[in-house]
Design a binder for this molecule. Structure first.
Ligand SMILES: *[C@@H]1O[C@H](CO)[C@@H](O)[C@H](O)[C@H]1NC(C)=O
Ligand SMILES: *[C@@H]1O[C@H](CO)[C@@H](O)[C@H](O)[C@H]1NC(C)=O
Ligand SMILES: *[C@@H]1O[C@H](CO)[C@@H](O)[C@H](O)[C@H]1NC(C)=O
Length: 974
């Protein structure tokens, strides 16, 4: 059978003599940094090693996959498998420089942690992905401080300018990063092709002295590749992000996340789900219409923000974001590739082989191409090769109408109205790319036009939604032999004047072999559901970049079935593949005729050969695994600080009277209570103020700055005064708290305690954007009595001396349970009381609960799980907050009265399979009536067989940190 005799190559160069000549002309127009010719560009695209490339890039941030950094490889492989060739990543300065002099100014990039950026780079390269490095120094990214360490906010003078104080702050970090990027840039054999200078920098241009200083730092440390947007945006083709409102990379913009603008990401927001599930605004249909619109506008560098969003664990979020940073990405927060990835794979594979699209010019666009004005057509022609790309969508891109039409296209045979038989159908949010004069394959065959979309090849994949009709015309010297795989598949062919026309209705899959002389073409005609199952994994070749398409290899096989196809190798007669399946899966493989054995995840599979030459096999899905039930909870009170006799001698004495937060100066009181100035940069804060009462004091006035959706509770001498709640739009509040009768101690020391939430440091867009966390102003009412002293506590040891340097200083806050290490595995809770969090907290205050559970998932199975909290809608007060800890990592902040998140990923990189897991839960009741949770349970996100290896990521437990933490005391639960 025909297929067995044809080696499977994707179209690579296909350069004819005329194109070779045009190529020389192009060389003259190409630009470079002048320091390397490995990465160049012209007005149409980037060139890597002299070849035009479409950069289809996925945004993925190292720290947002918490726990075991070995799982970066999982995400990279999934990104690569789904049509992307590049990853864009931020580096988060705040995580690497908790203090200005961390590791003698070299920064903390500890091996084996989320801070091991070199490992991140290496894993991307192993997966065959280019990298765009975005080290900031400012990154925004909905991360605390926008990537600025907390101490940067304390600097005198402005930020993101050439203020010498600020320059001194970022220079050590950026020097380290520049050296690392230089080491791994493509010219030194690494995967980094572009580097960004700053981010979303709106104050200036490349002429800004600050911007120039960053670029100079890059160059001085050996970076020779182009520094990126905002600098390259005007000369390179548009660099677009996942943002309909802001679709081009204007100077100062790498594009921003649009879900933020639409209110999905903040506490109290709508949640991501609204935008991603059908008929959501960012689902696969959105990708179909919006990304193709970008190609229509001749974008050739497209970065999807976020492709894998991940988790804002610990105190890593900015106040505009809750714990989940799922972002509606194609790979969800629990690492599952969803339906959006099928669409991206189809687009990515098309872009990978449609090299003529890269040099194409947008000739015109409008509604006059089609027989109905309801459709919009963009006409792109490659003026050197004559290839045409017509991108069609509803003129009103939000239309969900069913519209049929014909379109006028230019071909080598002149202007044609196609399809000549039947109509093109657009059902709602759908876009099609119709190609003309499309040269493909080793045979250099030409498709005159096709009304189904081409996925590029030797084997030409044509697809459209089920039930629609398609028409494809091939130019051939003489009448070919046409054999459909299933004779009755309803495929009609005719040959007239050198044109073979296929007419078909999309339904399942069919293979049509077309043989004419030495030319052998197989058209694989697929409905969309079938097309969504096909993969084209690269068969890597040895040597540098051997797993990069077009630079290293253009060899592939075609495989239908697996949910994820990670790798494919051919050795002798054996095709070995690795990947994941999400249920019983039928495999169908188009491979070289020499292949007789197919190995899946290390085990040979039984294959049969079809009459049309493919190999078929079946893979079993994973068995369901029973989830453990959470029982045997232990509990202790976790707010001893409200007791006026609590010994806070280890807390930091607040003595500062000046601040550099000049835009938000203290409002009242004689010492400054801004936590950053005392070295505390994230999570809860505790303030204890003392005064000697005259008896006239009636209350206290407090202004507390906690960040959006923050809040606080306040006590006098252990008597609860009340709580304040922030919201999506409220980050600071001023309240008066009356002292109840009997609370005041006359002629004695009184202790006022504020326990405050902290939802991250604002993303600083300028000096004026700096915001302190803590008490902005305090004054007693009824008398002018001053406070005699204040103490401040954030995470134990602050940023500089945190006991848990492995998880990092942003994992903990001031919470008593955290300071004594009760969130860590191995903490001795024998003396604690037995009580489930479902029994509730009876009054205002904080309990900390602990339990353990086993989750012995067998090897070869991926079983992502989440923790689900069910609200109690009839509880007396909705005002309570939870924090969730898995094996010592703080993985969730739940705000019952604010929302939206109620289900929290328990990251696979933290979850243990071979030893018990420790779950911790803080319950903070903010009203006198206490707090009740209806239910707390583990939920499954499915079971997948996988080639992924999971090891227990064992991070420091209690025993390792015991000596660095206070001796634990036991306090009765509330
Ligand atoms: C080439 O790029 C450099 C910056 O890398 C720029 O200064 C120069 O103007 C560019 N030249 C052209 C012809 O685009
Ligand atoms: C830099 O910091 C010093 C010391 O705090 C201060 O005196 C100076 O004014 C600062 N520079 C600017 C530009 O604010
Ligand atoms: C595409 O259409 C827009 C809107 O009508 C128009 O402004 C633009 O000039 C067109 N582009 C070309 C290349 O014709």
């Amino acid at each position: 059978m025909l297929l067995k005799n044809v080696s499977v190559f994707w179209l690579l160069l296909g350069l004819g003599a005329t194109r070779g000549a045009a190529f020389v002309g192009e060389l003259a127009r190409r630009n470079s940094t002048g320091l390397t010719s490995v990465v160049e560009w012209d007005s149409k695209s980037l060139f890597i090693q002299g070849q035009r490339v479409f950069i289809l890039s996925a945004e993925f941030h190292p720290w947002r996959l918490p726990g075991d950094p070995a799982l970066w490889a999982d995400v990279f492989q999934k990104i690569k498998a789904n049509g992307f060739n590049t990853v864009s990543f931020y580096v988060n300065w705040a995580l690497h420089f908790p203090t200005p002099d961390t590791s003698n100014g070299q920064g903390d990039f500890e091996t084996g942690t989320y801070r091991d950026i070199e490992l991140f780079i290496q894993e991307a390269q192993k997966a065959g992905l280019w990298l765009i490095a975005r080290p900031g120094p400012y990154i925004n990214g909905e991360t605390t401080g926008g990537g600025f360490p907390g101490w940067v906010g304390n600097i005198a003078g402005s930020l993101r300018t050439n203020n010498a104080n600020y320059t001194q702050a970022w220079t050590p970090y950026l020097t380290t990063m520049s050296k690392m990027i230089a080491k791994y840039q493509i010219t030194n054999g690494g995967p980094i092709i572009l580097v960004q200078a700053e981010n979303e920098f709106s104050q200036g241009t490349t002429q800004s002295p600050y911007m120039q200083a960053i670029i100079d730092t890059y160059r001085a440390n050996g970076i020779v590749i182009r520094e990126g947007c905002p600098a390259f945006s005007r000369r390179l083709p548009t660099l677009v992000s996942n943002n309909p409102q802001r679709s081009t990379c204007r100077p100062g913009r790498f594009g921003g996340g649009f879900l933020l603008q639409w209110g999905a990401t903040p506490f109290g927001g709508t949640g991501y789900e609204k935008y991603t599930v059908s008929p959501g605004l960012t689902n696969a249909d959105f990708e179909n219409v919006f990304y193709k619109e970008n190609y229509a506008q001749t974008a050739t560098i497209l970065n999807i923000y976020m492709l894998f969003g991940g988790t804002n664990w610990g105190g890593t979020a900015a106040p505009v974001s809750y714990t989940s940073y799922d972002y509606g990405g194609g790979i969800n927060e629990n690492r599952i590739a969803n339906a959006k990835m099928n669409e991206m794979r189809l687009q990515g594979l098309f872009l990978r082989v449609s090299r003529d699209l890269l040099g194409a010019t947008l000739l015109a666009n409008g509604t006059n191409y089609t027989t109905t004005p309801l459709m919009h057509t963009a006409e792109l022609i490659n003026l050197e090769t004559g290839a045409g790309f017509y991108v069609l969508r509803h003129n009103d891109s939000t239309s969900t109408a069913l519209t049929t039409t014909q379109v006028t296209v230019q071909t080598s045979l002149g202007s044609l109205v196609i399809p000549r038989t039947g109509v093109l159908t657009f059902n709602g949010r759908e876009s099609k790319i119709i190609v003309t004069n499309y040269v493909f394959g080793q045979s250099q065959s030409t498709i005159l036009y096709s009304t189904a979309e081409i996925d590029g090849i030797d084997y030409v994949i044509l697809y459209a939604p089920t039930g629609q009709s398609g028409e494809t015309a091939f130019r051939l010297p003489s009448a070919p032999t046409v054999i459909p795989s299933i004779p009755a598949a309803g495929i009609a062919s005719s040959f007239v004047n050198g044109t073979l026309t296929l007419n078909y209705v999309l339904n399942g899959s069919s293979f049509v072999s077309i043989t004419e002389g030495q030319t052998k073409i197989v058209a694989i005609i697929l409905d969309k559901a079938s097309a969504n199952r096909w993969h084209a994994p690269i068969i890597a070749t040895p040597g540098a970049f051997g797993n990069y398409f077009s630079i290293g290899t253009n060899e592939t096989v075609l495989v239908s079935g697996p949910y994820v196809l990670r790798t494919a190798e051919i050795a002798g007669n054996t095709l070995s593949m690795t990947g994941d399946v999400n249920g019983t899966t039928s495999l169908e493989i188009v491979a070289p005729g020499t292949i007789s054995t197919v190995v899946w995840n290390g085990l040979p599979t039984v294959t049969t050969q079809t009459s049309w030459g493919t190999l078929k096999s079946q893979l079993d899905g994973a068995p369901a695994i029973t989830l453990p039930v959470l029982t045997n909870w232990k509990v202790a009170g976790s707010l001893p600080e409200i007791d006026p006799d609590f010994d806070d001698s280890s807390f930091t004495a607040a003595h500062l009277t000046t601040t550099n937060y000049t835009n938000l100066p203290p409002l009242a009181g004689n010492v400054v209570l801004y936590s950053q100035q005392y070295g505390f940069y994230g999570n809860h804060l505790i303030f204890r103020g003392r005064f000697t009462a005259t008896g006239k004091e009636t209350g206290v006035n407090l202004t507390v700055q906690y960040g959006f959706a923050g809040g606080y509770s306040v006590w006098l001498n252990g008597v609860f005064l009340g709580s304040a709640q922030g919201s999506q739009t409220v980050s600071v509040s001023t309240s008066t708290w009356a002292f109840p009768a009997g609370a005041l101690r006359v002629n004695a020391t009184n202790v006022l305690v504020v326990f405050q939430d902290h939802t991250g440091i604002v993303e600083t867009n300028s000096n004026g954007g700096k915001e302190p966390r803590g008490i902005r102003g305090y004054a007693l009412l009824g008398a002018t009595t001053p406070f005699t002293s204040w103490t401040v506590q954030g995470n134990l040891g602050g940023a500089g001396h945190a006991p848990d340097t492995y998880r990092g200083y942003l994992n903990e806050g001031a919470l008593y349970a955290e300071r004594i290490g009760a969130h860590l595995p191995g903490f001795p809770d024998d003396g604690w009381a037995s009580a489930t969090p479902l029994s509730g907290v009876s009054r205002a205050g904080i309990n900390f609960y602990r339990t353990t559970f086993d989750f012995p998932v067998p090897d070869g199975i991926d079983a992502p799980i989440r923790l689900s909290i069910t609200r109690n809608s009839t509880a007396a007060s909705p005002n309570f907050r939870l924090q969730i800890y898995l094996n010592g990592w703080q993985v969730g902040k739940y705000a019952n009265s604010i929302g939206p998140q109620t289900i929290f990923v328990l990251p696979a990189g933290i979850l243990r399979r071979r030893s018990p897991n420790t779950l911790g839960l803080m319950v903070w009741a903010m009203d006198a009536t206490g707090a009740v949770i209806q239910n707390i349970e583990l939920v499954s996100d499915g079971f997948y067989t996988t080639s992924l290896q999971f090891t227990d990521y064992v991070t420091p437990d209690y025993a390792e940190q015991k000596a660095l933490r206070p001796e634990p005391g036991f306090y009765n639960p509330m």
